[in-house]
Ligand binder design. Structure first.
Ligand SMILES: NC(=O)c1ccc[n+]([C@@H]2O[C@H](COP(=O)([O-])OP(=O)(O)OC[C@H]3O[C@@H](n4cnc5c(N)ncnc54)[C@H](O)[C@@H]3O)[C@@H](O)[C@H]2O)c1
Length: 260
């Protein structure tokens, strides 16, 4: 679609006229979030990590839902790559109104088997990457006097998990980032987080033996893995007009794994 095409039903949709950047968009959760944002009328910057074919397919699907799209590849840990991607995206779709920091990295390793390089790999994607993208997007939001950010944390930031000390640390750090940034740039920019429980995606599949799934879900209310399509509605809520009182908050999308 082109600029002139945004005159259909999506122009009246809750997010009509907004441009949303979703990092790690071709991943399972990212794609589900993109679909819900597009259904609510947003145009979508499909960010990916050299996954051109998947990104092209997702853009086609989102355009079928009425969104304008552009796909951009960048390693979120590389400042220059992110700058080039943002510049291309904004040239094509306009300024970014909504940022969903969804790209993430999870690695299973005991603390005593983790070396500094492995520790830093998790921190670099899950924290540095969020800093790098957010740092480049926020000035435009402040200049225009409006913006919304959702950071994708994890219920493991609250529960902790054997073999995932680095990941739990990073995702807990992301909640500190969310709260501090909400105070710093709110209410102009609304900054919030979601903390999903285990979702049936390729990120958990390598670990998902029946015992693993049972251990992760037995103390939840729903007693099963969540589904990717159960995540997007919380994101569209947080970036939509109904969430005007939500600043620095975390929505727990975990089927009752962590109550509170
Ligand atoms: N799947 C779950 O159970 C679950 C639960 C809680 C939170 N999360 C979080 O949800 C988010 C999405 O996870 P998912 O399950 O869809 O996983 P996924 O592996 O399908 O998606 C992660 C995406 O991040 C991208 N990515 C990784 N490193 C990157 C880098 N350096 N630069 C750019 N992109 C990079 C990958 O290309 C991938 O598309 C992650 O932040 C994850 O930590 C997932």
């Amino acid at each position: 679609m082109t600029d002139g095409d945004r005159t259909g039903p999506t122009a009246q949709a809750p997010l009509g006229g907004s441009v949303a950047l979703v990092t790690g968009a071709v991943g399972a959760l990212g794609a589900a979030i993109c679909r819900d944002l597009a259904r609510d009328g947003a145009d979508i910057v499909v960010h990916h990590l050299r996954q051109d074919d998947e990104a092209r397919a997702l853009c086609g699907e989102l355009e079928g839902l009425g969104a304008r799209t552009v796909s951009v590849s960048a390693d979120v840990t590389d400042t220059e790559e992110v700058a080039a991607a943002l510049s291309r995206a904004q040239d094509q779709l306009g300024p970014i109104d909504i940022l969903v920091n969804n790209a993430g990295w999870m690695e299973s390793r005991r603390l005593v088997d983790t070396d500094l390089a492995q520790w830093r790999r998790t921190m670099s994607v899950d924290l540095d990457g969020v800093f790098i993208v957010t740092r480049q997007v926020v000035p435009g939001m402040l200049e225009r006097g409006e913006g919304r950010i959702v950071n994708v944390s994890s219920q493991l930031a609250f529960k902790g998990a054997t073999d995932f000390v680095a990941y739990c640390t990073a995702k807990a750090g992301l909640l500190g980032f969310t709260r501090a940034l909400a105070r710093e740039i709110g209410p102009t920019v609304r900054v919030n987080a979601i903390a999903p429980g285990p979702i049936d995606t390729p990120m958990v599949t390598p670990h998902a033996t029946p015992d693993w799934v049972h251990a992760r879900t037995r103390d939840s209310v729903i007693g099963r893995l969540g589904l990717p399509e159960e995540i997007g509605p919380a994101v569209t809520f947080l970036v939509g007009p109904g969430a005007s009182l939500f600043h620095g908050q975390t929505l727990h999308l975990n089927g009752g794994g962590v109550l509170g």
